[in-house]
Design a binder for this molecule. Sequence first.
Ligand code: SAH
Length: 217
Amino acid sequence: MHNDDPPNWEEQRKMMVQHQLRGRGISNQRILEAMGTVPREKFVPINYRHATYHDGALSIGYGQTISQPYMVAFMLQLLDPQPGDRVLEVGAGSGYQAALLGQLCQEVYAIEIIDTLAERARQTVQELGYDNVHIIVGDGSLGHPAAEPYDGIIVAAATPDIAPPWQEQLTEGGRLVAPVGSQGAQRCLVAAKKHGELGITESIGCIFVPLVGEHGW
Ligand code: SAH
């Protein structure tokens, strides 16, 4: 291989799934398939594109990041999305996770507070043909009342708490996954709604960019 050969994205994506995901215990077959299919390189700004399948987060501008592939897979596995689900993502960023959800679920609403990022994400998911992914500009700490209720809510920014609107906008039996804690460090929480109340399970520690807005910082 010569250094000026174009990158073989498909091969790099396969290796990422094998080593970073399977190798570390991600076992949900549908999630592994989606991550082996969605072209992450399309969601990464051109100046970092060479590092698309590295084992880390990457800058997408405006102080924001596209999360590490392992973290994305891990959170999706906690959410356990089903083919018939309607899902809300808070913090659409590049639109990468929204596209994965588009492949895994029936309908996806992904809300992003920075309008230029939302515009770019919308363009990328459209170009890739994810017609069931809707990118919305707004404060996702308020959820997205226009399309509630959701079978799943996944929060991709660090939050001080589970914002009350998220609980309200979940279906009975719905699940929420969020990094909850301080601005410096969080823990992934899974909350399942039963009889209107959230039953919470704690998972691994993580570090996300902070949620801003009404119920954020
Ligand atoms: N899931 C994204 C990465 C998310 S980074 C991806 O796949 O690329 C977190 C994102 O949350 C940032 O883009 C940030 O602008 C956004 N964000 C922070 N607070 C928000 C809020 N209140 N509502 C919506 N988006 C928010």
